[in-house]
Design a binder for this molecule. Structure first.
Ligand code: AHM
Ligand code: MG
Length: 342
């Protein structure tokens, strides 16, 4: 065990508060989110025994979310767990989820706090039924004007405004990876005592890498700069990059990003002809921004291919963007391919 393994998430957050890195209500909000993630971890862990696999909706009638995607039972359950856990805590003004059309205000009969919470309740849910890692991604913003009750527009703040971001990965072990703007830290769920314990303080992404993550089946649909970038990766030692690259693709963003935070690499979901109309595949507010903050706080970089991710000015709650993130030098190389060919 690492020397830091006796530090629980609770202790870590209290110490962060004493050091002036977070306010008490943000600390309590993160504790609530972590508690909800523990419940989701239990539901995911039951698998077929819990009767939670498969599609949501009745027989022959798949339930479709605002993204136009078929929902899994666990997508709906995870969304409900996060909503229920956060509604009454008193730290939030409103919540928004990848699975819901609009932001949800905290009900009148509960005290209203000053933060906005965004989440993708179960990312990578196409992997649930085959027992591959999935995860929850979350982002916290301040509510700019809580007098009239928050609206969708109040969430449209650039990623630089996030006061906290994190994900929980439900894999061989359940891990919470968190930033409150002072480094990126990993906690592992000790299932016997039911607490997240600090297992890596200050994750660091190596600046260089020989590993990339992309859905290669979309290759023919990519833009020219992406075609050129990946062709040079595949050319290996004999090509312009002068080294052999390995490829990994879980198709759960949480798992792919977790690998990159642990040992480096570049993750990309570029623009392609199939998703060009929507602006990309992954969602800015629920996926790209929280991951970008975690990656930058670990010394990596995150971009749309043409702009720093955290500086994108959002225009819609469910806006999609192209994503490149991970080892700093590799992300900068991918961005160069785009800028030089525009
Ligand atoms: P989801 O939030 O509906 O699960 O979709 C996002 C997921 C990411 O986790 C992953 O990177 C990507 O979609 C996988 O897409 P593909 O089906 O192209 O492999
Ligand atoms: Mg997702």
């Amino acid at each position: 065990m690492s020397p830091s393994s006796s530090i629980s998430l609770t202790r870590f957050l209290i110490e962060a508060e004493r050091e002036g890195h977070i306010q008490p209500d943000l600390r309590l909000l993160i504790e609530v989110v972590a508690r909800a993630c523990k419940s989701i971890s239990i539901a995911v862990g039951k698998g077929a025994l819990g009767g939670v696999l498969g599609d949501a909706g009745g027989a022959g009638e798949a339930s479709i979310n605002v993204q136009g995607e078929a929902q899994k039972k666990l997508d709906v359950l995870s969304n409900d767990i996060l909503l229920e856990a956060n509604a009454w805590g008193g730290h939030l003004a409103a919540l928004a989820s990848e699975e819901m059309d609009h932001a949800v205000r905290i009900p009148e009969h509960y005290p209203r706090g000053r933060y906005l919470l965004l989440f993708d309740p179960l990312d990578g849910s196409s992997n649930i039924d085959v027992n591959i890692s999935v995860g929850t991604i979350f982002s916290v913003l301040r509510c700019p004007d809580c007098v009239d009750g928050p609206k969708d527009e109040d969430f449209l703040q650039p990623g630089t405004s996030q006061v906290a971001a994190g994900y929980c990965t439900y894999g061989p072990s359940t891990m919470l990876v968190l930033t409150v703007g002072h480094g990126t830290h990993a906690f592992t769920l000790d299932r016997e005592i039911g607490s997240f314990m600090l297992t890596t303080r200050g994750m660091r992404i190596p600046e260089d890498t020989k590993e990339f993550a992309v859905n290669m089946s979309n290759q023919r649909h990519w833009e020219a700069p992406m075609q050129a970038y990946v062709a040079d990766l595949l050319a290996g030692k004999a090509g312009p990059r002068g080294k052999d690259f390995n490829m990994r693709w879980v198709a759960s963003m949480v798992a792919d990003v977790h690998r990159i935070l642990t040992r480096g690499g570049i993750f990309s979901y570029p623009l392609d002809a199939k998703c060009a109309e929507k602006g990309g595949k992954l969602r800015l507010m629920y996926e790209a921004n929280p991951m970008a903050l975690l990656v930058e706080q670990a010394g990596g970089a995150a971009s749309t291919g043409r702009q720093r991710m955290l500086e994108v000015n959002p225009t819609g709650l469910h806006q999609r963007v192209p994503v490149f993130l991970g080892s700093r030098n590799e992300v900068e190389t991918a961005v160069r391919y785009h800028l030089e060919r525009d």
